[in-house]
Ligand binder design. Structure first.
Ligand code: KPL
Length: 291
């Protein structure tokens, strides 16, 4: 397949390298506009073409792996080269840009939504290390996307395990719930994910999970506070020695994805008139730390 990867950060680099190794023609859209980009992942070094309008236009798939706050700015200039049959897939932390894309794209354009738990670490030298092999879930973001189930095999062949989900919003909401607990708490307290398993954090985690389950049910996602809590604990255990992405963003004084994680929960809570005081307080506290 001809694939354009939009965003060559940690997750974009991982997929670009794995999809190239699986035999696909991969092209990149990067912020610097250069016509090629060297990628380094573990023992692999690759140089891929970048920012070439013809390669963008003749791609079968656009895979968007930018930070959530960059999706709109990265995709908008690409639209001039979007062919009617090109499949567009979003794969980023947080939620929100999918709604903008549903409203922006023609209904006949295949839209896919994906979430991955693959772990990638950026060394100080700029090289990436593939540190954890987590699952990837993908599914249709609109009706035209329903015809693209074969993409699960394409991704699974390049970097297993990737599976098709008939209700991808459920997977996205569970990932959002995990990120809404782990990311802001670890960013605020300057701790690794595993430290959240200590007893001191149990009351705030319980309260956040209660609020999340209420909002999720209003969004027609089957969820109880216990299920959400179990998911949070499983991820905190599996990534105990890692710093969350928001923790690193705050540490390195970079913009965070707060608006697309806690901010999205607050937005949906408000739409359903659900009170979420613990998310509100956490949102304010992280905003203060960001400032
Ligand atoms: O997705 C993550 C992130 O850091 O953004 C988790 C799952 C919390 C792992 O750190």
């Amino acid at each position: 397949m001809r694939i354009t990867l939009i965003g060559a950060g940690a997750i974009g680099t991982l997929w670009a390298v794995k999809l190239s190794q699986a035999g696909h023609h991969v092209h990149l859209i990067t912020r610097d506009g250069a016509d090629k980009r060297a990628l380094n992942l573990d023992d692999t070094s690759l140089t891929l073409p970048a920012n070439q309008p013809d390669l963008l236009r003749y791609s079968d798939l656009w895979l968007v792996c930018t930070k959530s706050y960059d999706v709109q700015a990265a995709l908008t200039p690409c639209f001039a080269h979007l062919e009617p049959e090109t499949m567009v897939m979003l794969m980023h932390n947080g939620m929100g840009p999918h709604q903008w894309l549903i409203d922006t794209l023609p209904a006949s354009q295949p839209l896919l939504l994906a979430t991955t738990s693959q772990g990638v670490f950026r060394a100080e030298t700029g090289e990436y290390r593939h540190t954890g092999n987590g699952p990837t879930a993908l599914g249709a973001g609109n009706q035209a996307g329903e015809a693209c189930q074969f993409l699960a095999d394409v991704l699974d062949h390049a970097l297993p395990a990737a599976t098709w989900q008939s209700d991808i919003l459920e997977s996205l909401w569970y990932k959002l719930a995990v990120n809404s607990v782990i990311n802001p708490l670890t960013a605020l307290h300057g701790i690794k994910n595993g430290e959240l398993l200590k007893r001191d954090y149990a009351p705030i985690i319980d309260a956040l999970c209660q609020e999340l389950a209420t909002v999720m049910r209003a969004e027609r996602i089957l969820a109880s506070a216990t299920q959400v809590r179990q998911r949070v604990e499983t991820v905190a255990k599996a990534t105990a020695d890692n710093y969350s992405s928001m923790n690193r963003d705050v540490f390195y004084r970079r913009p965070t994805e707060l608006a697309y994680i806690t901010g999205y929960v607050l937005q949906r809570a408000q739409a359903h008139q659900i009170s979420t005081p613990h998310h509100q307080q956490l949102h304010q506290a992280v905003q203060q730390v960001e400032r």
